[in-house]
Design a binder for this molecule. Structure first.
Ligand code: ADP
Ligand code: MG
Length: 292
């Protein structure tokens, strides 16, 4: 590629909020056939809202939410924020937790009012030998709406469920359609469960999903796709996404995301939505075909 044509393309990109790091990123992007996207914060707003508290008989809704919010005050996860905010909006007084521990990709644990409380996904619950089979019908009904369900465990038994919704960004459906038209195979990766992931993917027409993925697994999934001969771009926004962005042939960071994600990326989307990927692809294509 000539320096001039690259400069024109990166200049045009920048005007549209698509920051292309260097010539290499632009050249590589033209060869990408597979686009992996993180769900939370990339396809969705990344600002989940508490939508339901479902206490188990014998437990009170306010109490289940108070225990959940008390634990989550120690976490910086977007799900934690949703639960704390939901409790505050409902006028619930949050208590103090001790022995707090966050378990990546699973949830949080601590002591509240002398009780051992846990809040998180099915993995967290089954890791502790707790039987959740009686709760799966209720959980799945919410997951089929694209919600994320968490289990609240008090002294070794499930006391209730809390459910949050993270709406899809307004720009996502049209961007996915345009990306398909440009020939990408689109894979959604998420730490969320299979059922929720499936509901979101079906609504958007995403080709494939990888659900229940731990943050450290995303880079491995990309490596496997590359070993199969694919050229892979990965779009993500979180601190946890940085290794996957670095592993990808082209890492694409949301400009609204974590600094370390942006540092690991070849392309940064200042506006924080997927429209920028459509733009970047057209620029890389135009630049490269000019040169040939
Ligand atoms: P992602 O960013 O792809 O949604 P994470 O690895 O951050 O994935 O989280 C995966 C899952 O782990 C969440 O969907 C949730 O079920 C559970 N989890 C993680 N952190 C928390 C937390 N602080 N409170 C409750 N659940 C959590
Ligand atoms: Mg994330």
């Amino acid at each position: 590629a000539t320096p001039m044509s690259i400069m024109t393309a990166t200049g045009r990109g920048a005007q549209a909020g698509v920051l292309i790091k260097n010539a290499e990123a632009l050249e590589r992007f033209e060869k990408v056939d597979t686009l992996m996207v993180d769900k939370t914060g990339t396809l969705t707003e990344g600002k989940p809202r508490l939508v339901a508290v479902l206490p188990q008989p014998g437990h009170d809704e306010g109490e289940v939410l108070r225990l959940a919010a008390t634990l989550e005050r120690g976490s910086e996860h977007p799900l934690a924020e949703a639960i704390v905010k939901g409790a505050q909006e409902r006028g619930i007084t949050i208590a103090e937790a001790s022995d707090f521990e966050a378990i990546t990709g699973k949830g949080v644990i601590g002591i509240v009012d002398g009780k051992k409380v846990m809040l998180g996904n099915l993995k967290l619950v089954t890791d502790h030998g707790i039987d959740a089979s009686g709760f799966l019908t209720a959980a799945n009904a919410r997951r089929d709406e694209g919600e994320t369900v968490m289990f609240v465990v008090v002294d070794g038994a499930i006391a209730g469920l809390v459910s949050v919704a993270d709406p899809v960004k307004e720009t996502t459906p049209a961007a996915i359609k345009a990306l398909h038209e440009l020939g990408f195979r689109i894979i959604m990766a998420t730490g969320d469960n299979e059922r929720t992931a499936q509901a979101v993917a079906a609504k958007l027409g995403i080709d494939e999903i990888r659900a229940d993925v731990l943050p450290q697994d995303k880079a491995r999934i990309i490596r496997e796709l590359q070993e199969q001969g694919h050229k892979v771009a990965m779009a993500g926004d979180g601190v946890n996404d940085a290794p996957a962005l670095a592993q990808a042939d082209v890492g694409i960071a949301m400009g609204t995301g974590a600094d370390v994600a942006i540092e690991s990326a070849g392309i940064t989307l200042v506006r924080g939505n997927l429209d920028g990927i459509v733009r970047a692809r057209r620029l890389s294509h135009a630049t490269m075909s000019n040169i040939r």
